[in-house]
Design a binder for this molecule. Structure first.
Ligand code: PLP
Length: 460
């Protein structure tokens, strides 16, 4: 049995790719919050969303069915990289001199073609659009991870894609753009002269570096004003978190293979999709009376702390106030975070489903600064080999701290964290860290207060 004791990767065969997505809305203690019309503040119906999304996606946004079947054509594409591996971090455990009762596991999503979990939802979104005859999709991207995942998916299903990429990233990260173009997408810097929203900002601020909120306004306007075009979002919304639950369903089976069960699960939160994807199957098992309780910790950057320092309120998803209003932990739609390197975590709000669980006290949240996150990432890379993206490095920091605390206290503890992407496009950030030029940043309270003062007033 010595061989088995040293297993490093727990792998599943292709036929264990889940055949359904798991929907936590079926197991919540309170009903999910309604989505409101941005003008009237009345709950919106499917017709309001039809200019933006295909009907199948709108249905998934509101369904309370516990399981939603994954179409065969989507599972076929998932086979390119799923099931993804679950690792036991044996070398990291040894480096931390952990006792045998303290164990660290991680579920690795960096083996997808785009290098993160984003293709798990990009592929079904492209598929449902093609099924409903949509010829063109628009989207926004910050650091480029979502844009590249959707470019790959649209390429596979023969759909044209236009990506509005936050200008500062467009200029600083040319390789993500080259990847999108290789997969056949068009990518322009945002704000752009191509939309009314973009032209308005450029008229006021010709050298605007852009923001995710501005790029969303541009992509939504483009889709809403053309009959052949719909819009796709890579995080935050219920259907995106639903698609990501392939991660947690596989992880649950792989933990059983390892004859272990997590006492605590840790994930990084930008909009909340990789976190929800990994943790919801575990949380739902408990809420639905099918499994043991598990502690769940959401980790956000100190520079963009929507859970730990934001407010639970209705807010817009974009700067231009074009999107519907959703109830979420938010820093306000006018909030512009500092230019930290975890680009995927720079969003002003958290997914409504993650926010609801946090509000109900069912999950915990902590904020981590970027230098301690990079310190953990470098330690991880030196012992586990894999170079983590800056976003999950925030989760690695907390996983390591949990392990060290258990060691100190003499407790047994099994920790599972989400390693949702690799950092091969983030080497400029590693370079800054290694040369001592990376700064910590914590957002000043007066700027958070100012952005929160701009929240819409909603009666319900
Ligand atoms: C996009 C992204 C994130 C943040 O988005 P979530 O919806 O919170 O998962 C985090 N990590 C990576 C690697 C990403 O690509």
């Amino acid at each position: 049995m010595a061989e088995r004791a040293e297993t490093t990767k727990y792998l599943l065969p292709e036929d264990r790719i889940p055949d359904s997505w798991y929907n936590i809305a079926a197991d919540l203690p309170v009903p999910p919050t309604a989505v409101l019309h941005p003008g009237t503040h009345a709950p919106i119906g499917p017709g309001d969303l039809a200019p933006l999304f295909p009907l199948a996606i709108i249905g998934q946004e509101v369904t309370t069915d516990r399981f939603v079947r994954i179409p065969d054509a989507v599972r076929d594409v998932y086979r390119l990289w799923r099931p993804t591996p679950l690792y036991r971090a044996r070398r990291l455990e040894r480096a931390l001199e952990l006792p045998p009762g303290v164990r660290i596991f991680y579920k690795y999503e960096g083996t997808s073609p785009a290098g993160s979990h984003k293709p798990n939802t990009a592929v079904p979104q492209a598929y449902y659009n093609r099924e409903e005859g949509v010829e063109r999709i628009t989207t926004e991207t910050g650091a480029g991870q979502w844009g590249s995942a959707l470019a790959m998916a649209c390429g596979l299903f023969g759909i044209e894609l236009k990506v509005y990429m936050v200008r500062v990233s467009f200029e600083q990260k040319p390789y993500r753009r080259a990847l999108m173009e290789t997969w056949g997408a068009t990518c322009v810097p945002s704000p752009s002269p191509d939309t009314h929203a973009g032209r308005e900002i450029l008229a006021q601020t010709p050298d605007s570096t852009g923001s995710l909120g501005i790029a969303i306004s541009e992509a939504v306007e483009d889709a809403a004003t053309r009959d052949d075009t719909k819009y796709a979002l890579g995080s935050v919304l219920n259907h995106v978190l639903l698609h990501q639950t392939v991660i947690g369903q596989e992880a649950r089976e792989q933990m059983a293979l390892a004859e272990a069960w997590p006492d605590v699960i840790v994930g990084c939160v930008g909009g909340g999709s990789n976190f929800g994807g990994l943790t919801f199957p575990f949380i739902g098992d408990h809420l639905g009376g099918r499994g043991e309780p598990v502690r769940v910790v959401a980790v956000e950057p100190a520079a963009c702390p929507s859970l730990t320092r934001g407010t639970y309120a209705y807010d817009f998803g974009d700067t231009g106030r074009l999107t519907p209003l959703v109830k979420m932990h938010t820093l306000g739609h006018t909030f512009v975070p500092a230019g930290i390197h975890a680009g995927g975590l720079r969003y002003h709000g958290s997914a409504p489903l993650v926010s609801l669980l946090y509000d109900q006290g069912l999950i915990e949240a902590v904020a981590v600064k970027q230098r301690p996150a990079f310190e953990a990432a470098v330690l991880f890379a030196r012992h586990e080999g894999i170079l983590p993206a800056p976003e999950p490095s925030h989760a690695i920091r907390v996983a390591i701290d949990e392990a060290l605390r258990a060691k100190e206290a003499g407790d047994d503890k099994t920790i599972l964290f989400g390693l949702c992407g690799h950092g091969h496009f983030d080497l400029a950030a590693y370079d800054r860290y290694l040369s001592g030029n990376l700064e910590d940043y914590e957002h000043p309270q007066d700027e958070i207060d100012a952005a929160l003062a701009g929240l819409p007033t909603v009666a319900i």
